[in-house]
Design a protein around this ligand. Structure first.
Ligand code: TEU
Length: 554
């Protein structure tokens, strides 16, 4: 069995170069057969992840939750929701992952709790101005009788950011802030009691042996003093667009919290890591999260948001390496997650689709499946050649497209409800995985139940079908991960090469990487010896929407 290194020399810690595979527990594998994936399901499928060759897994939330936002609404941070199993199931999963040399990162949701959290329930019962209310952001309303919300902020999921409560005596009362759904009240992070509680929650999971945390909404925990009104520019997406100063995103004081958490993690052996989920408009701002005494990684969302355009892709890679390099942190790379349209569909969209909007049956600019898949395979071939740490999202190794035909009655994303169906939201990237072409729910479980319906054509993407096909996306990912490890691509630097305006081309040691994002084939050197290609080559020419790693005599 592979052994996990407990200590690494500074500069070579595992998280600097790791390939981290995101598991969305509801949709990965369902051992209980209730239609929702669970921890025993993950344990049972760990061999397939070891076989894929990932270094770590990150699990989206599995803690106690009424599931109003698929678990990103936590009612008890120290327990497992019965839907997903028990704490003992978690310990078994972690032990089994470690035994396979796979590290385990869990999701921590500190910006807000569930409205079912004991603290929020106590706050509802307590009086305005009480210590119970001071753990959240309660304010009196405006207007003669406090009937207007305290400010004009708009929730990420649509509608206002404030909800009015009924006081214990039955009268209409104060308002509380929720950046997301009303069932997700925001904590007040200026309150020391909140800070101490989260230090203790970190320790609870660190003591159980987790290797790190993905920190949800890492940019939202502090709100600007006085909660001033704010109107986003008309063209802004749900994260506030390019505008520099949004009073609830990226406030300077959030950094104190991460410095504090850094110190907590440093008390433990094993290079435990924090990875911030911070949707910020610029790489320079994003890099502030990973200064040496703060987080270890942060997601590179500007990279994820880059269109299939050679110049833009070259620029974002260069800017990422510069921005993260400037603070001594590795860059990270990511193309898909549970909040965005899967990149096998997104990269072939013919119109803008703001993050969180989603695509569905009535979207007029549906992507072409073959183009999307070719681009996704090429994009991943580029990504896995880059220095730093890369995140994969479950199902992308199968080339899964976004599920676009989900009937309205099955939709679950609060975005869909809060916008009265105007925005489809994120269900399309969350559909349970196909493991086998035959059998109920494509092997997701034995019962055939599935919390979101799986498209019938997904049999072709089933893992058992792809495992047997050397040209499948799964086989490509396995080859890429093996070669990435062999060549040590996770660390080091790259040298840019020129293969024309429509190419992204660089060298890693003696390996050349070229991607064709144009409309004409690109000629490769006649003596190119291909290590891996994202699609079939045509002699020594690289077709459009294809990427390759090769060596050549100079
Ligand atoms: O996401 C926060 C976030 O910044 C966005 O990705 C947001 O979900 C999106 O704009 C909505 O369309 C995190 C989680 O990844 C997401 O699943 C949760 O819904 C959200 O926090 C609230 O916890």
């Amino acid at each position: 069995m592979p052994q996990l290194e407990q200590f690494a020399a500074p500069g070579s810690e595992w998280w600097r170069s790791a390939v981290i595979y995101q598991i969305y527990p509801r949709s990965f594998a369902d051992a209980s057969g209730d239609g929702i994936g669970d921890l025993p399901g993950i344990t049972a499928r760990l061999d397939s992840l070891a076989d894929l060759g990932v270094d770590a897994i990150w699990l989206s939330p599995f803690m106690t939750s009424p599931q109003r936002d698929a678990g990103y609404d936590v009612a008890d941070y120290r327990d497992v929701d019965p839907l997903f199993g028990t704490l003992a199931d978690f310990d078994t999963m972690l032990t089994e992952a470690h035994a396979r040399g796979i590290r385990v990162v869990i999701d921590l949701v500190p910006n807000h709790s569930s409205a079912q959290h004991a603290w929020f329930q106590a706050a509802l019962k307590a009086a305005p101005g009480s210590p119970e209310r001071a753990r959240y952001i309660f304010r009196d309303g405006k207007g003669e009788n406090g009937e207007l919300p305290p400010n004009n902020w708009e929730s990420v999921f649509g509608g206002g950011m404030w909800e009015r409560v009924t006081e214990a005596d039955g009268t209409p009362g104060q308002w509380y802030l929720h950046i997301f759904d009303p069932t997700q009240p925001d904590f007040d992070w200026t309150n020391e009691e909140v800070r101490e509680e989260f230090r203790s929650i970190l320790r609870f999971w660190l003591d159980r042996g987790v290797d790190g945390f993905r920190v949800d909404v890492a940019h939202g925990m502090i709100k600007a003093e006085g909660l001033p009104d704010y109107t986003p520019p008309a063209d802004a997406d749900s994260m506030g667009g390019e505008e520099a100063n949004v009073p609830y995103w990226g406030q300077e004081a959030v950094h104190d919290i991460y410095r504090d958490w850094h110190r907590v993690l440093a008390e433990y052996d094993g290079d435990r890591a924090l990875c911030g989920e911070a949707w910020l408009p610029t790489l320079k701002k994003t890099a502030l999260w990973v200064r040496p005494d703060e987080m270890h990684q942060t997601f590179n969302f500007p990279y994820l948001k880059t269109a299939w355009d050679a110049e833009e892709l070259r620029d974002v890679i260069r800017d990422s390496l510069d921005a993260f390099g400037a603070v001594g942190a590795p860059s990270t790379w990511v193309l898909s997650n549970h909040d965005v349209v899967r990149h096998a569909s997104r990269l072939a969209l013919t119109a803008d689709n703001p993050q969180g909007e989603g695509i569905g049956p009535l979207t007029p600019y549906k992507p072409d499946t073959a183009t999307g898949l070719a681009r996704a395979r090429a994009a991943t071939t580029v990504m896995l050649a880059l220095p730093g740490s890369a995140y994969l999202y479950q199902g992308e190794e199968l080339g899964l497209p976004e599920a676009m035909e989900i009937p309205d009655a099955f939709r679950q994303d609060p975005t869909w409800f809060r916008t009265n169906g105007e925005r489809y939201g994120r269900d399309g990237c969350r559909v349970p995985l196909p493991w086998t072409a035959d059998g109920p729910s494509f092997g997701f479980n034995d019962s055939g139940a599935s919390w979101l319906p799986q498209p019938a054509h997904w049999a072709a993407y089933a893992r058992d079908v792809e495992a047997a096909d050397p040209d499948s996306t799964l086989s490509l990912y396995r080859r890429l991960l093996t070669a990435r490890r062999e060549h040590g691509f996770g660390s080091g630097s790259l040298i840019w090469e020129d293969a024309g305006a429509d190419a992204v081309a660089f060298r890693r040691g003696d390996v050349h990487v070229v991607a064709n994002l144009g409309r004409e084939p690109i000629t490769l050197p006649a003596d190119a010896s291909v290590i891996v290609a994202s699609g079939p080559l045509d002699g020594s020419s690289l077709p459009v929407d294809t990427a390759v790693w090769y060596t050549a005599r100079e």
